[in-house]
Design a protein around this ligand. Structure first.
Ligand SMILES: Cc1cc2nc3c(=O)[nH]c(=O)nc-3n(C[C@H](O)[C@H](O)[C@H](O)COP(=O)(O)OP(=O)(O)OC[C@H]3O[C@@H](n4cnc5c(N)ncnc54)[C@H](O)[C@@H]3O)c2cc1C
Length: 348
């Protein structure tokens, strides 16, 4: 296997940015500080725009065991917080939780470790989540985690836990991994955020996106619940037009996912119809990935990585910030505005 390409000038620039600047860049994409901020955004998105969510604790680069324990404790609190919130009493409206295995270990696989503690932490969260009726998704980290994550997620699913995971179309191995996914499991399909060596992955986005659409269709044909996660308008529309419509599939078989704060509200609201909650309407659900922070050093690590791995993102972030400075909030307001527009009432 060839080595990951050397750090680019772009990556070095991102690494040199002060944390405060990274926090400013992250503002449109992060619900805020503390679980309550995440729950609040989830509640408002559901009630204001009929959009469901998956909540994520920003918890990367765990350096000591106590931090790993704190992250576990926060996830258990998240399970109870989501289950205890009356706005989410219908299971279809209830936020799911997304988690990264590296949040629970000081020995991350991508750092050459053995992931000690991660499996036990995820199992503990899964037990509590099943008790309270909350679904989990294990995010996919870089290729060093692929086998580990697929093994843990499919084992839990086969034991009856509502646990899904993620496949990345850029990795060549995904063509074989599709066959490991049991019928009925939830799989989020993405192109993948991690820069991977060309020996094991595609390097061009258009090819990744073609493969993404093909692999979504293959999973649907195998009876898997597909969560298409992409901000590419054309990809989302092609998925609906070329994959879903000809198969006559309903919203119990798939959903569209995007990151909170990426300016895609009109598309999302057009898909949902903008009036009813998923519990009331047939389909298809749109789910936003809503991260929140408890410790900003962990949150800035996440944002720095996203900027480092995606050179184009610096432009999106800058445009988003510009919108914010011009008074057009890319946060919750963009979704509420899109709903009002759809109903024909908005002036903004
Ligand atoms: C809900 C969700 C969960 C994910 N989970 C994982 C995971 O577990 N593992 C993993 O490897 N990857 C994950 N990803 C990331 C994914 O793999 C892609 O890297 C990411 O979605 C970019 O690909 P894209 O299909 O959106 O296309 P792009 O070509 O990157 O984006 C399409 C367009 O969207 C707009 N856009 C995109 N990002 C921004 C932004 N930040 N601000 C403003 N505009 C923007 C731009 O106009 C861009 O041209 C996830 C993505 C989503 C949406």
């Amino acid at each position: 296997m060839s080595a990951v390409p050397p750090a680019t000038l772009h990556a070095r620039l991102v690494d040199a940015l002060p944390d405060l600047l990274i926090r400013l860049f992250a503002r449109p994409y992060v619900a805020g500080e503390g679980l309550e901020s995440g729950l609040n955004v989830a509640r408002r998105l559901l009630e204001g725009a009929g959009i469901v969510t998956t909540l994520d604790l920003l918890a990367e680069e765990v350096k000591d065991a106590s931090r790993a324990q704190e992250n576990l404790a926060t996830y258990l609190e998240m399970v109870r917080g989501v289950a205890g919130e009356t706005a989410f009493c219908s299971p279809r409206d209830r936020p799911t939780l997304s988690l990264k295995p590296s949040s629970f270990t000081t020995r991350a696989l991508d750092k050459g470790g053995d992931a000690r503690g991660s499996r036990e932490a995820i199992e503990t969260i899964a037990v509590e989540a099943r008790r309270l009726g909350v679904a989990l998704t294990i995010d996919m980290e870089d290729h060093t985690w692929t086998d580990w994550t697929l093994e843990v997620a499919t084992a839990l699913f086969k034991k009856g836990f509502d646990v899904g995971t993620v496949l990345q179309s850029r990795l060549h191995r995904t063509a074989q991994d599709l066959a490991r996914i049991p019928e009925g499991m939830r799989i989020r399909m993405v192109i993948g955020i991690y820069l991977e060596p060309p020996s094991i992955a595609l390097t061009e986005k258009p090819a990744m996106k073609e493969r993404l659409l093909e692999q979504c269709a293959q999973l649907l044909d195998r009876g898997v619940y597909v969560e298409l996660a992409s901000h590419d308008d054309a990809v989302v529309r092609r998925f609906l037009r070329e994959t879903i419509t000809p198969r006559g599939l309903g919203g119990e078989r798939y959903e569209i996912q995007m990151l909170y704060g990426v300016p895609r509200a009109p598309l999302l609201v057009a898909i949902t119809g903008g009036t009813l909650t998923p519990a009331q309407r047939a389909a298809p659900p749109v789910r936003l990935y809503v991260p929140f922070a408890t410790a900003w050093d962990q949150a800035t690590a996440y944002c720095r990585r996203r900027l480092r791995n995606n050179p184009g993102m610096a432009t999106y972030v800058a445009l988003n910030l510009l919108q914010m400075l011009r008074g057009r909030s890319p946060g919750i307001a963009q979704y509420e505005t899109a709903v009002r527009r759809l109903r024909g009432g908005a002036s903004n």
